[in-house]
Design a protein around this ligand. Sequence first.
Ligand code: PEP
Ligand code: MG
Length: 596
Amino acid sequence: MSDSESPKKEVVYRGIAVSPGVVRGQVYVYRPQEVAIEKRSVRDDDIAGEFVRLEQAVIKTRQQLIEIPQHIGKEMGNDKPGIFDAHLLVLDDPMLMEQVFKRLKTEKLNVEFILHEVANKYAQALAKLQDTYLCERAADVRDVSRRILRNLAGAEHDELQRLPGPRIVLAQDLSPSDTALMDRTKVLGFAAEMGSRTSHTAILARSQGIPAVVGLHEIGREITSGQEALLDGYTGLLIVCPSQETLYEYGQIEIRWHSIEDRLSSLRHEPACTRDGCAIRLGANIELVEEIKTAVEHGAQGVGLYRTEFLFVNRQEFPTEDEQVAAYSNVARAMKPHEVIIRTLDAGGDKVLRGGEHSREANPFLGWRGIRFCLDQPEMFKTQLRAILRASAEGNIKMMYPMISDLQEVKRANELLNVCREDLRREGKPFNEQMEVGLMIEVPGAAMIADVLAEHAAFFSIGTNDLIQYSIAVDRGNERVAHLYAPTHPAILRLIRNVVAAARARNIWAGVCGEMAGDPVMVPLLLGLGVNELSMSAVAVPAVKYIIRSMSMSDAQALAEQTLRCGTAGETATQLENFARSVAPELMELIRPNKP
Ligand code: PEP
Ligand code: MG
């Protein structure tokens, strides 16, 4: 796609800020194109040539399918990601290729046309089957045939590998293979029409430190490659053709950011301690082993949430026990003596595994998710529990279960954990007998029975991302209702208060590991409500530490009391903003500017 000169008037698009930073540059609109398939007759003499073309395209495709996962593996710190295993299986499927060869000989048409026809028919037949696993293979067949067709046409798959220069990439969404092929040195920032804070693009952007804004509703048609733009990953704006005033304003913001960043980074080794001497543990949320480095650089004192899903997604088979032990031990060793809280697999919802288990659920967030999925597959779950236990010999590991909604689930999970402990003892494999096991509180029902659950937990970690969506019925990943997603809703404050009170009564600690914990405006409220630990994406740690060091706990407690009397999310939000502005005006000016 070529860059083009274009207009003129500033247009501001608002989306969801998912990875901080401001960048300015040309936009590159990424729209993976379909190859046009024409139908032509082939002379008898040319049939052999068509065979050869197909064979060469298949060889090239195979090579790409092997290389891409290796690339992704390196990026993700996982040496055996199975992302394209299924695609390779399609390529090796005799049914597909034999059909193509047979029809080439009898119909004497060009190979593109025949491959397209055969693959479509095959995919349609698979899609009609009842078996969800086979149904999912239909998408693989389409993907692979598209790739072969593009190779036959000599079309590029890897536009993103050959960006014409430093660019802000605008896409509808970005797939794992898109992001793997991208030339990172030229990607200034991401802007995506779809997605949420937890979408793949958002997670990857944050872990790579690339500014990103998502949820920019269907703007791709209005913008063309080559237009100048400014991407603000702090406030979630994409400003196309920024005016001189906007550029000036952002220039000023940049100067202030640099000065505050210097101050923030000078706090890296300082404790997160309020003015009246209360120390708070600040952990990092990580998805990939490689994020540990960033976590340490930003001054995190441990990992408060290790989302293990990334070891499981996009592959045909679950990771083996040894593979998991290696991943968890790496993190534990790198963070030693600080703690690492490993969350057991939270598959389902928006974290869809590859094996077809989760296709076709009418309400995936209310479906086969988190602990439910694991308890239904005890062998798979036990493999993970054994791996976590074994890694606990390597560092300060704690473990927690996601999506708990009921005491029975906790009991059942702990029974399986005890079986694993006994097996490991018998096998003479070392593990930490005292490893603490906590619960994520992210379902309103669990928050309401926190007193019951507290008797069976060493700690609570409140997952506000889900707690909010379930409490006020707002899909956390749907950009259309993003404006209704209100962390300051009075129901959320009351639920958190309830959880903290239950934890205190049993003498266990309660942390927050949802995105709320990484927002400096929310932090005084959480601490005032009595939360003991906060875990967030690593890039958020410095600003959160800054506000903690700027406030006193007694003021935060008064603020929490005051906001608990508010009737609406808006009122609470205003009080929190006012508080943050009064204690850390210079930080607020940057993260919550009143414009543009
Ligand atoms: C949460 O729900 O707040 C949480 C931390 O878990 P996740 O975002 O992975 O669902
Ligand atoms: Mg959650």
